[in-house]
Write a new protein. Structure first.
Length: 106
């Protein structure tokens, strides 16, 4: 019975968070890198990186304090984005742009 109550509580909290979404206030984004032409790679244009940054701030910041892209390696970011991206309202192409931004075009 105790286990059932725990599952019920978790289920209710999950439903509330999905219903009302995240309400975190915006955090300071000044520590995030601003892409320049020096950041362009074979797979990421300057526009890709700039759009990715804007999407990262808009979508990820609504629930989380934003870690700087250098806080994690490329493989970690790709894993984070593949698990967290679908939880947002972003399209798959927008998730790709954010991934390009946080991995610096890798």
């Amino acid at each position: 019975m105790k286990v059932f109550r725990s599952f019920l509580l978790v289920g209710c909290l999950t439903a509330l968070s999905l219903t009302y979404g995240c309400t975190k206030k915006s955090s300071n984004t000044s520590s995030l890198y601003v892409p320049t032409s020096a950041d362009v790679t074979a797979t990421a244009t300057l526009q890709d990186l700039q759009q990715g940054r804007a999407l990262y701030i808009k979508n990820c910041n609504s629930c989380h304090d934003l870690p700087t892209p250098d806080n994690y390696g490329v493989s970690s970011w790709k894993s984070i984005m593949s698990s967290m991206g679908p939880r947002t309202s972003m399209t798959s192409s927008e998730i790709t742009l954010v991934t390009k931004y946080v991995t610096r075009g890798q």
